[in-house]
Design a protein around this ligand. Structure first.
Ligand code: AMP
Length: 224
């Protein structure tokens, strides 16, 4: 059994899901004048929705999660809160997934209060209905049990942090040295997914650069 429930999402699935989402929006009879991608996860779905819906106006705002020191809860903040006049525009805010919902809630609140749009709706490829605080107006897949979706645009970032977590945990059991093949086979066991070799290679380079690992001969060694 994988230690972290993870599902690998392919580029082909992203195109299928974005097309499916566009068709749901079309069928609803509502059409946006402007699409706003919530950075960073909403970029690719938003661009594909522009294509499938024939929308030319694409903007982005960055909404990011952060943890307040000594506080358990997480909050989302807007990184570059610029203002534009959207008085006569119907806006569709797009993200990849609604998990807690905080990212989309923060983006929508800012847009409504500062851009004065005619109308705002929210769309996501996936909606985790068991945990989300909100239901987007449009979604393609309802996820009932929480899973980490390994999207193609966060592959290196995710593989880097997954390997780091795995090696840190195994170090607690006294394991400090790994071959490349050890890492790949344990990664598959831990996460139940596999990625192209280049991602393992680049992730290990990242971890060396970060000062987390050392490479000696054909061994990767955790720096304790
Ligand atoms: P949220 O908790 O709804 O504010 O989600 C914040 C952002 O984190 C999403 O837009 C995704 O980019 C990412 N994210 C959150 N949960 C997941 C998940 N289960 N799988 C993949 N990405 C996620």
């Amino acid at each position: 059994m994988p230690r972290v429930p993870t599902k690998l999402v392919t580029w082909e699935e992203i195109v299928d899901w974005s097309r499916g989402l566009a068709n749901i929006i079309k069928k609803s009879g509502w059409r946006p004048d402007v699409i706003v991608a919530v950075a960073r996860g909403g970029y690719v779905p938003a661009r594909l929705l522009c294509d499938f819906l024939g929308v030319e106006n694409l903007l982005s705002i960055q909404s990011q999660h952060w943890t307040e020191a000594a506080k358990a809860e997480e909050r989302a903040i807007l990184r570059f809160p610029y203002v534009v006049d959207m008085r006569d525009k119907r806006i569709l805010i797009v993200d990849d997934i609604v998990d807690t919902g905080d990212t989309l809630i923060t983006a929508e609140k800012f847009i409504r209060e500062n851009w004065y749009p005619l109308d705002v709706k929210k769309a996501a490829l996936q909606w985790i209905s068991s945990v989300a605080k909100i239901k987007p107006d449009y979604y393609y897949i309802e996820v009932k049990e929480w899973v980490w979706f390994q999207y193609p645009w966060t592959r290196l970032e995710d593989v880097t942090s997954f390997i780091k977590r795995m090696i840190s945990e195994e170090a607690k059991n006294g394991r400090i040295a790994w071959t490349f093949n050890d890492i790949v086979s344990s990664f598959r066991e831990w996460y139940g997914i596999d990625v192209d070799k280049i991602y393992y290679e680049d992730a290990l380079e990242n971890l060396i650069e970060m000062g987390f690992l050392d490479r000696k001969d054909n061994l990767y060694i955790i720096k304790l």
